[in-house]
Design a protein around this ligand. Structure first.
Ligand code: DI6
Ligand code: FE
Length: 416
C-alpha cells in the first residue's frame, strides 16, 4: 500500500515539455514548442512556451521533462470501483448466449454483486478495490468518481462510500462519491419498488448526505431498473438536499431520462446509446455532459451506437470513462477507453483526450481543479513516453506513462 504523504513534492520548474493539444487552454504553444510548467506549493503558477517564462520562475528547482508530451491528469468520471467479488461466471453465461437482461432476471447481475458486497466489511472492500484503483492510477488518473449501488441498504451503501473516501485519502487522489442507491431493486423489496424508492429518498440519502459521504446522486433509469417517475422522485430528494444529479440514461432503451435529468440541471447523462434528438437538445440547453462508456458497449456486444455526430453538432461536451464495474465493464485502463471511443464511436483523438480530461472534470463539477493545466489549479499532469498525442489512443495494452504529478506530488515515476 502506498501512502500519499511519502510522494515527493512536484514543486519546481518543469521544462523540456511538449503540451498535448488542449492541455493548457488559453496558451498557444503547439507540441513542437518547448513548454514549461512552474509549480509552487502544489499549485500551477505558470504554464506556457518556455521562451516566455517570467523571470520570477526561472530560479525554481528544475525538473527536466526530456521532451515528454504532457497532458492534464486523467479523470475517470464514472466508476463503480468498490464492490465485493467479481462476475466472470456471467461473462461465461453471456458467451453461451444469455443477454445481460436475461442474466439479471436469472438472479445474477447487479444483485449477485450486492450479495458479495453486503458480506464484505469495510476493510475487505478496501482491500479488493485498492489494486483496481492502482491500475487506473498507473494510467495517469488523478481524479475518479466512485459510486455506491452494490449495498442497497443504508449500512452497506455507507460502507461503499466510506471506502471510496478512504481510497482517496490513502492514495492522494481526488475521489468524488456518488450515491447510487437506486441502482437495482434489492431482493427483500421484490415487487415493492415504490417502498424501496421511498427508503432511498427519505432515509438512505438524507443520512448519508448528513455524514458528508455524498457528492452527487445518480439513478439507473432503465426497463430493468427504475422508471422515469421513480428517477424524478430521487432527483427531488437530491434537490431538497442541494446535491447535484447525474443519470444512467438510455443505455438499453430510450426512457426519456436524459431530458428529465437535464431539467434538474444534471452534471452528466451517461451511456446514452439510445439518446433521442429531444434528449440531446435538452442536454445542450442545460450544459449537461454526455459520458460515453465504450467498455460497457463492448462487453455487452452492443451494436446501437450513441448519437455521436448529433452530439458533436449540438456542441454537447463528450466525456469518456471506464464505467468500471464487475458486470458490464471490468475495465481498468482509461487509455484503452480512449482507444475504444475512437475505434468504436469514431471520436477524434482531441475529442477522446478532452473526454478523459476537460469534459470528464466538468461531469464531476471539478472543472476548477482538474482536467486542464492552468495557473491557480492544483498540479495534476502526466508526462508520457510518446511522440504524438494520437499514440495515447492508438496503442492498446501499453502503459506509456512516464511521470504522474498528482495533487502537487510526484506519484508515479522518479523525480527528475
Ligand atoms: N449500468 C451499468 O453499466 C452498470 N450499472 C449500471 O447502472 C452495470 C452494473 C452491473 O452489472 O453490476
Ligand atoms: Fe455505470
Amino acid at each position: 500500500m502506498t501512502s500519499a504523504s511519502t510522494f515527493p513534492s512536484a514543486d519546481g520548474l518543469w521544462t523540456g515539455l511538449r503540451l498535448a493539444p488542449g492541455a493548457a487552454p488559453g496558451t498557444t504553444p503547439d507540441a513542437d514548442t518547448e513548454a514549461a510548467i512552474a509549480v509552487a506549493e502544489g499549485t500551477v503558477r505558470w504554464v506556457g512556451a518556455r521562451s516566455a517564462l517570467p523571470a520570477e520562475f526561472a530560479g525554481l528547482p528544475p525538473h527536466d521533462g526530456r521532451g515528454a508530451l504532457v497532458t492534464p491528469g486523467l479523470v475517470d468520471c464514472h466508476t463503480h470501483l468498490v464492490y465485493g467479488g467479481q462476475r466472470a461466471n456471467e461473462f461465461a453465461m453471456r458467451l453461451a448466449g444469455a443477454s445481460y437482461e436475461e442474466v439479471a432476471k436469472a438472479g445474477g447481475g447487479i444483485v449477485s454483486s450486492v450479495r458479495a458486497t453486503r458480506e464484505a466489511d469495510e476493510d475487505a472492500l478496501f482491500a479488493q478495490a485498492a489494486p483496481r484503483l492502482e491500475q487506473l492510477l498507473a494510467d495517469g488518473v488523478c481524479a475518479i468518481e466512485i459510486k455506491s449501488g452494490y449495498g442497497l441498504a443504508l449500512e452497506h451503501e455507507r460502507k461503499q462510500l466510506r471506502v471510496a473516501r478512504r481510497l482517496g485519502e490513502a492514495y492522494g487522489v481526488t475521489v468524488r462519491t456518488t450515491f447510487l442507491g437506486a441502482h437495482a431493486l434489492p431482493p427483500e423489496y421484490a415487487g415493492r419498488s415504490g417502498d424501496y424508492i421511498d427508503l432511498v429518498c427519505n432515509e438512505m440519502l438524507p443520512a448519508l448526505a448528513a455524514e458528508g459521504l455524498v457528492d452527487a446522486v445518480d439513478v439507473f433509469c432503465e426497463r430493468i431498473a427504475f422508471t422515469l417517475a421513480e428517477t424524478e422522485q430521487v432527483f427531488q430528494a437530491a434537490k431538497a438536499l442541494g446535491l447535484p444529479v447525474k443519470l444512467h440514461a438510455e443505455q438499453l432503451s430510450d426512457m426519456g431520462g436524459a431530458a428529465l435529468a437535464a431539467r434538474y440541471g444534471a452534471r452528466s447523462c451517461d451511456h446514452i446509446e439510445h439518446l433521442s434528438a429531444e434528449g440531446i437538445e435538452a442536454m445542450r440547453q442545460s450544459g449537461t455532459v454526455a459520458v460515453l462508456l465504450p467498455g460497457a458497449y463492448y462487453t455487452l456486444r452492443d451494436t446501437h451506437l450513441p448519437p455521436i455526430e448529433a452530439l458533436r453538432t449540438a456542441g454537447v461536451p463528450m466525456a469518456v470513462s471506464t464505467d468500471h464495474n464487475p458486470g458490464t465493464s471490468p475495465a481498468l485502463s482509461l487509455l484503452l477507453m480512449m482507444n475504444m471511443a475512437c475505434t468504436l464511436f469514431r471520436l477524434t483523438v482531441p475529442e477522446a483526450l478532452a473526454g478523459v480530461t476537460l469534459h470528464a472534470a466538468r461531469a464531476l463539477g471539478l472543472q476548477k481543479t482538474h482536467g486542464a493545466i492552468a495557473e491557480g489549479m492544483p498540479a495534476n499532469f502526466v508526462l508520457w513516453n510518446v511522440r504524438d498525442a494520437a499514440e495515447l489512443a492508438y496503442w492498446f495494452g501499453q502503459r506509456p506513462v512516464r511521470t504522474v504529478v498528482r495533487q502537487g506530488r510526484i506519484a508515479v515515476g522518479a523525480a527528475q
